[in-house]
Design a protein around this ligand. Structure first.
Ligand code: HEC
Length: 130
């Protein structure tokens, strides 16, 4: 069994717990479900600022790219992008999720969301997480 499978299992377990705690309206939020069944394998989303394989995405909309405190493992490509002081808008997040490598070549996020509806749902959910 690979680490990836274990990570996904942990993520799905997390979703089950989350849905048990969520209100009925939250449980039907497609962005919440999509986030925790995909991004949640590598990203945390909480106010304490703890990180996972990827950086904690709490309050990411409006933050500067590649400069989250205490996330020590940004790639060189991401650090260089951070030097340009780019702020994460919803439009940029949409571009990123469609093809992270096209936007910041050499970064280490090996994931993308092909369906525009999925990207919109996740970004809508992230907007509320601040
Ligand atoms: C397989 C693991 C993985 C998955 C799945 C994943 N990411 Fe990432 N993500 C990363 C890593 C690793 C980085 C840091 C990249 C670097 O430093 O090069 C990152 C970086 C990011 C950043 C930049 C953060 C910053 O501080 O500027 C955003 C935004 C982001 N991911 C959003 C998402 C969203 C939203 C999803 C789900 C649709 C997702 N990611 C799915 C691993 C992942």
């Amino acid at each position: 069994m690979t680490i990836k499978v274990l990570r996904q299992a942990a993520s799905l377990l997390g979703v089950a717990c989350l849905l048990a705690l969520a209100s009925p309206a939250q449980a039907q939020d497609p962005g919440l479900l999509k986030f925790w069944t995909t991004c949640g394998a590598c990203h945390t989303l909480d106010t304490t600022g703890g990180h996972s394989e990827g950086p904690n995405l709490w309050g990411i909309v409006g933050k500067t790219m590649g400069v989250l405190p205490r996330f020590a493992t940004y790639s060189a490509a991401m650090k260089e992008a951070a030097g340009r002081n780019v702020v994460w808008t919803e439009e940029l997040l949409d571009r990123w999720l469609q093809n992270p490598q096209a936007m910041v070549p050499g970064n280490e996020m090996e994931f993308s969301l092909d369906a525009a509806a999925d990207r919109a749902a996740v970004i809508g959910y992230l907007r509320t997480q601040r």
